[in-house]
Design a binder for this molecule. Structure first.
Ligand code: FES
Ligand SMILES: [Fe+2]
Length: 350
């Protein structure tokens, strides 16, 4: 299933090097991304119209994308601007272009626009909506946070993955090894809403003895190691979970000043594979010496989900509810499927 006329986060912005194009994949198509002369990001289909080389295997030359095979150069509109082997004065062949795709940089990701009609002419950039307002996220260079990034590919459909990141009631069973155990009936959703293609849930982190004991071995152990930790952590906390269509989630765990945010782009490589690109922020233990531990925790947390999500059948969620038995405690999954059904009715999910 593909969401049409929508922005997809497809890469970490940090992965794009100045002179080097970047290959990305979305819904089974490959694209080459690069920085143009104005410093903006540009994207074209990753196939040279000359003999079919991957343009992402080329290089960036004076803001244009130069194919690595015979050096044809392409601008951000996809048109060929130079063919080195052509004699000067020969006209540019009419078919010497590749398809350009709108591309943006926001929230630390690079975004591609997946149009309803991919063959239609490139839309006027001003006519497109901006990428969704993912946040709050710390600004780059904010010394109050330590920031890590990573990626992991799962053999699962991207909508199943989105659902997993909106689903809290699996935490006691899936994440007891990484996040501390919680009693499932003690998750207390305080607020839930769906608007502007976004779903949100706020959940009180439980405070009972069972929870505290387990958290003491997990996250709380880290909180308490921070010299500024104080007592705020012992008062419990709040989790904010939000999803922005098409494919970005943000989970924020807030214990007073001590916060962890995990912002993840769930990239549909194709129907059966999803690339999770994550950005992790912590407001405590900001020394780089703690990075290995923090990265290990994110990797473990992701692996715990992966182990279950890759087993789900049917591979694609049945939006009409015939495949699964959803209950009131699955409110976020129900809300997401309803939103997707509305998209489908509008011809925007195919
Ligand atoms: S294949 Fe790209 S220039 Fe020849
Ligand atoms: Fe999970």
């Amino acid at each position: 299933m593909k969401l049409l006329d929508s922005w997809y986060a497809v890469a970490l912005a940090s992965a794009l090097r100045p002179a080097q194009p970047l290959a990305v994949q979305l819904h089974g198509e490959r694209f080459a991304l690069w920085r143009d002369a104005a410093g903006g990001v540009a994207a074209v289909l990753d196939r040279c119209p000359h003999k079919g080389a991957s343009l992402s295997a080329g290089r960036v030359s004076q803001g244009a994308l130069a194919c690595g095979y015979h050096g044809w150069c392409f601008g951000s509109d996809g048109h060929c601007s130079a063919i080195p082997a052509q004699h000067t004065g020969e006209p540019m062949p009419r078919r010497a272009h590749t398809r350009a795709v709108p591309c943006r940089e926001a929230a630390g990701f690079l975004w591609l626009w997946w149009a309803r009609d991919p063959q239609a002419p490139l839309p006027d950039p001003a006519a497109l909506p901006p990428p969704p307002p993912v946040g709050p996220l710390p600004e780059a260079g904010d010394g109050k946070w330590r920031h890590l990034e990573g990626e992991v590919e799962w053999q699962a459909n991207w909508l199943r993955v989105l659902e997993a990141f909106m689903d809290l009631t699996h935490a006691p069973f899936v994440h007891s090894g990484s996040f501390g155990a919680m009693a499932p009936d003690q998750l207390m959703p305080e607020e839930q809403w769906v608007k502007d293609d976004s779903l949100y849930e706020r959940v009180l982190a439980p405070r009972d003895r069972h929870y505290r004991a387990d958290q003491g071995r997990g996250l709380r152990g880290l909180f308490n190691a921070d010299e500024q930790a104080g007592d705020q952590a012992s008062d419990g906390g709040v989790q904010h979970i939000q999803l922005w269509l098409a494919n970005v989630s943000l989970v924020r765990v807030v214990f007073g000043d001590f916060q962890i945010s995990l912002c993840t782009a769930h990239v549909p490589l194709d129907e059966g594979r999803t690339l999770n690109l994550w950005r992790h922020f912590r407001s405590f233990l900001r020394t780089p010496l703690a990075d290995g531990n923090a990265r290990g925790r994110v990797d473990r947390f992701m692996a715990e989900d992966q182990r279950m999500v890759e087993t789900l059948t049917p591979r694609l969620p049945d939006l009409d509810g015939r495949g699964d038995l959803l209950l009131a405690s699955d409110a976020m999954t129900i809300g997401l499927r309803k939103l997707l059904r509305e998209k489908r009715s509008a011809g925007l999910l195919v």
